[in-house]
Every structure is written in structure tokens, then in C-alpha cells.
Ligand binder design. Structure first.
Ligand code: FAD
Length: 383
């Protein structure tokens, strides 16, 4: 694995760093307090190409490899995890899945708008009764002539209230033992689809997370993405790449925590000396520095495997597991360095901890990542 960045990769990272400094960091605290990013950020992300990374230029994408995608995601995660998540879902889970599984017409219809930030996508898998056990979802799509009629509900859907298209997973076959799940591209303005924003989240407060309810939602048969019955595999392959993106975002959180801790430790004096001079404070900082490097290397390893067309699913689970837990540790260590000031939201580290916490929960909890890794090593499924 070549750890040196190409000129192109460095340029896109620098562009992302500059974008974050100008367009995100100055607003992140306000967006967190008001529970909403300024939605104009979506168009801005599209105009610099961050919503089209890895997607072919033919469909409006900005191309680039998966390492470049991780570099941008790390920078966005360092600036504001809410923005990072908007990109990881609309590009990482929705546009990339359409690019991988969509027919020509589906790609032409959705990709140029998604990559430009003129439309947002959301990924509708989780339901009120099925989270980790996503394969047992109960939303149902029944064939009716040339259409499918969909009924059910979805929970915790990132971008849910703002999205223009829902990549929706629904059951199309009830045969016992048959996964029978299919993927659909449902325009969000389809009659019968209602959305409710979930307020009061611990972190990622700038994002519109929603509950979706589908009552007799009628879509034409060409809304089906990929073959009927393949939906669960489509969801799992999307999530495997999604985990790489979450991991990269976590590296960004951990880096932000490290930078904040180092800065504060150098300024804050107690017992007549900067707290940076105390060994126990240095331990908090050095543990975090090791976590940042380790999480980044695991994440880049996934990007390298993806770009070389090799199997990356287990590596993605390892990266996501480690990086998400590392981000929580890093933010918690930084909060400790800040002492009481870390506990109030005038300082940045409390937000980092709140934003980091969900990373160990979504796109598969830490326990689920361990089961995926354990299954790959032992050949035995413990689900
Ligand atoms: P459960 O599955 O009920 O798990 C509860 C606990 O039980 C966890 O600790 C879990 O690890 C443990 N557990 C469950 N099964 C096992 C097992 N077999 N062995 C050991 N432990 C187990 N979903 C989407 O589809 N799209 C989105 O865009 C999206 N965005 C989200 C955004 C936010 C802010 C949040 C909070 C969630 C989001 N989710 C989304 C849902 C997320 O993926 C689920 O919350 C997650 O998969 C866990 O499911 P659950 O919450 O139902 O917990």
C-alpha cells in the first residue's frame, strides 16, 4: 500500500480544508444549537464536487478515487459531522449505489442532480422494529399491474426530511427463508409518503433525521433498483462502503479533538505551569494521537482495497469499529483536558463527543461490526 498522496489527492484535500474553514467551521456551533445546518451548504458542496466524488463525469460526478473521497470526508468530519453525514448518505449510500446498480435511465435521472447538490438522497433501511436485524424489515411492496404499492415505515433516516429521493428497502417476497427484499428509488414527493423530523438528538443535530411513513405509495416498476429480491445484498454492499466513509469522518472528529486538546493544554495554566507540562495530560493527548493515526491507516487500507477492486467488507468493519470507538475516546480525552470548560458548548469538544457517540451505533453498531469480523474469521455466523 502506497501511503504517499498523489498531487491530485493533495489538491482535493487542500480544497476540502479550505472549504471547511470558510463554509463550515464558522457556523458549526450555530447549526448545532439551532438543530439545522443552513441548507445552502448542500449546493455549495455540490459546486465544489464533493457530492460527486468517485462518480463518473458522464453522470455529473467529479471522479477521483476512494482515497480522495476519504480525505474529503475526514476534512468534513473535522469541521462538522452533520455536514459530513449529509455527504456520506447522499453520495456514499445513495448516489454510489445508483451508480453501481442503476439502469441507464435511473443514472441519468438522479445522478446529475445528486452530484450537483440540486437534489439530496436518503437511505431508508432501518424500521422502528428492525435496526441491527435489518434483513427482517417489514415494509412491503406489492406488485399491482405495472406498479408497486408500498406500505410501512422507516426510522432514523438521515436527510429524511430534506431528501428528494429515498433509496427504500421493502419486502417483495414472503417465502419462508427467502430474504425477499428489494430496493426502490422513491421520489420523496410521491403521494402517501409522509415525513416527520426527529428532534432532540444528542449529536448530529444539524442533520434532518426523519421517520418516514408510507401509506399506499405507488411507484412504477422502473423504480426498482437492481433485480427484485437483491435488495438486501444491495443494502449490505452500500453499507460496507458507507462504513469506510463513517470511519473517515471519525478520523476527522478525532483529529479535531486532538488539535483542540493540544491548543488548550498549551494555553491553560494550573499550579503555575501550562497543563501541557503534566505527564497525565500528555497521556490523554498522546493516546489520542495514536488513535488518530491508527484509525486513519485502517481507513486508507479500505480505500486502497476498494480502488484495487479487492474484497473490502471485513476491512471496512474493522475500520468503522476502531475509528468510531477512537473518535469517542478522543473527544472524551479532549473534554478531560478542557476540564469544566469542556462541558459547556462555548468550547468545541462537547459537540465532538456528542457527534462521535452515534458513530458506534449507526451503519451497524460496534457489536454488529464484531460479529461481521468474527464471522469472517471463524466461518460461523453468530447473528
Ligand atoms: P438495536 O438493533 O435494537 O440494538 C440495540 C442494542 O442491541 C445495540 O447495542 C446492539 O449492538 C445490540 N444488539 C442487537 N443485536 C445484537 C446481536 N445479535 N448481538 C449482540 N448485540 C446485539 N438507518 C437507516 O436506514 N438510514 C439512515 O440514514 C440512518 N441514519 C441514522 C442516523 C442516526 C442519528 C441514528 C441514531 C440512526 C440512524 N440509522 C439509520 C439507524 C441505525 O443504523 C440503527 O439505529 C442501528 O443499526 C441500530 O439499530 P437499533 O437502533 O434498532 O438498535
Amino acid at each position: 500500500m502506497n501511503l504517499e498522496l498523489s498531487g491530485e489527492q493533495q489538491a482535493v484535500r487542500d480544497l476540502a480544508r479550505d472549504f471547511v474553514e470558510r463554509e463550515i467551521s464558522p457556523h458549526a456551533v450555530d447549526w448545532d444549537r439551532s438543530e439545522s445546518v443552513d441548507r445552502s451548504i448542500v449546493k455549495k458542496l455540490g459546486s465544489v464536487g464533493f457530492l460527486g466524488l468517485t462518480i463518473d463525469e458522464e453522470y455529473g460526478g467529479s471522479g477521483g478515487d476512494h482515497l480522495a473521497y476519504c480525505l474529503v470526508t475526514e476534512e468534513l468530519g473535522r469541521g462538522d459531522s452533520s455536514v459530513r453525514g449529509i455527504v456520506s448518505v447522499s453520495l456514499g449510500l445513495v448516489a454510489k449505489t445508483i451508480a453501481a446498480w442503476g439502469g441507464e435511465e435511473q443514472k441519468r435521472r438522479w445522478l446529475p442532480r445528486l452530484t450537483a447538490g440540486e437534489a439530496l438522497g436518503c437511505f431508508g433501511l432501518t424500521e422502528p422494529g428492525t435496526g441491527s436485524d435489518a434483513g427482517n424489515l417489514t415494509t412491503r411492496a406489492v406488485r399491482d399491474g405495472g406498479d408497486y404499492v408500498i406500505n410501512g415505515s422507516k426510522m432514523f433516516i438521515t436527510n429524511g426530511t430534506w431528501a428528494d429521493v429515498v433509496l427504500l428497502f421493502a419486502r417483495t417476497n414472503d417465502t419462508p427463508g427467502h430474504r425477499g427484499v428489494s430496493a426502490f428509488l422513491v421520489p420523496a414527493d410521491t403521494p402517501g409518503l409522509t415525513r416527520r423530523t426527529i428532534r432532540g438528538k444528542l449529536g448530529l443535530r444539524g442533520q434532518a433525521t426523519a421517520e418516514l411513513v408510507l401509506e399506499d405509495v405507488r411507484v412504477p416498476a422502473d423504480a426498482l433498483l437492481g433485480p427484485e429480491g437483491k435488495g438486501f445484498s444491495i443494502a449490505m454492499s452500500a453499507l460496507a462502503k458507507g462504513r469506510m466513509s463513517v470511519a473517515a469522518g471519525c478520523v476527522g472528529i478525532a483529529r479535531a479533538a486532538l488539535e483542540a486538546a493540544v491548543g488548550y493544554a498549551g494555553e491553560r495554566e494550573q499550579f503555575g505551569r501550562p497543563i501541557a507540562s503534566y505527564q497525565l495530560v500528555q497521556e490523554l493527548i498522546s493516546d489520542t494521537a495514536v488513535d488518530v493515526d491508527a484509525a486513519r491507516l485502517l481507513t486508507w487500507r479500505v480505500a486502497d482495497l476498494v480502488d484495487r477492486g479487492e474484497d473490502f467488507a471485513t476491512a471496512a468493519s474493522k475500520a468503522k469499529l476502531f475509528a468510531s470507538e477512537a473518535a469517542v475516546r478522543a473527544a472524551n480525552n479532549a473534554l478531560q483536558v478542557f476540564g469544566g470548560y469542556g462541558y459547556i458548548d462555548e468550547y468545541p469538544v462537547g459537540k465532538l463527543l456528542r457527534d462521535a457517540r452515534v458513530m458506534t451505533l449507526y451503519e451497524g453498531t460496534s457489536q454488529i461490526q464484531k460479529l461481521i469480523i468474527g464471522r469472517a474469521l471463524t466461518g460461523v455466523s453468530a447473528f
